[in-house]
Design a protein around this ligand. Sequence first.
Ligand code: PEP
Ligand code: MG
Length: 328
Amino acid sequence: AEGRAVEIREDAVTTADGEPVEVAANVGTLAELDGAVRQGADGIGLFRTEFLFLDREAPPDEDEQLEVYAEALDAFPDGRVVVRTLDIGGDKPIPYLDLPEEENPFLGERGIRRSLGPDRDLFETQLRALLRAGAVGEGTLSVMFPMIATVPELEAALDRVDAVADDLESEGVAYEKPELGLMIETPSAAFLAGELAERVDFLSIGTNDLTQYVMAADRQNDRDSVAGLHDPCEPGVLRAIERTVEAGHAGDAWVGMCGEMAGDPDLTALLVGLGLDELSLSAVTIPEVKATVAELETDDAEALADRATEATTRTTVSELVADTDTDT
Ligand code: PEP
Ligand code: MG
């Protein structure tokens, strides 16, 4: 299936038997919005906001951020735009933030841990800009939090959203409460997916970090003995995904995936079979993933997912995936 030229589909797709699957784009700069629209993305499933904070001397203020978020929403008037709050730390340093020297930055102060701690003022400014953008931009705004590991962290983040909404209300500033969710990137969040889902509208599985943490394999380490383990088709990771989707649905949340796994068309059948409601990937692959979804029978996809999640080795998973591929 690699690299086949496929038609761009602007409309949302369903499987051959009519199950809707949202196919959205990962976007890391404003410049990428155009490409996402052109490739037929249904919306943005991951808007990484780090770019706003990089290569400058001071953080962007509320109005500057408001403009950027509103522009993203205007690009998808009928779609959903999932903006992730600042995910700094780990592999994402920022010079003017006083980031600590840590022995294990990926196990350190990153993502929501900073937003609820040293970067709480930045977090508030970003949330103000987001809630205001929701009232200005055309598309539907969703906001999600990175690196959540505990229920109290999620509750603290949700409380900050409420507090910001109260402030805007009393200031008489127009705002809209967004749909709210979190990324499932830590094993703890996968185990707590049910309790987390009950508190939000959606979960989005970040397989880059989830794989790193489930497999204890640094995503940036390219030694064969480590990089070889950083594979989302490892049974341990697949089972974490499986339980996240099931628990998320039981908690009444929709469940998407925005890690790189979602961008591999060879894995689309497996992911649809696992029950993912949304896949978010880099724009160039959207036509191919949409075409793949449209050809799928849900029953076949579910049978594949059942067998893959029972597999004991990654090799078996790969064989199952490859077999399905040649059947179609
Ligand atoms: C992920 O971890 O899978 C993810 C989508 O986030 P990032 O790659 O930005 O850490
Ligand atoms: Mg991540």
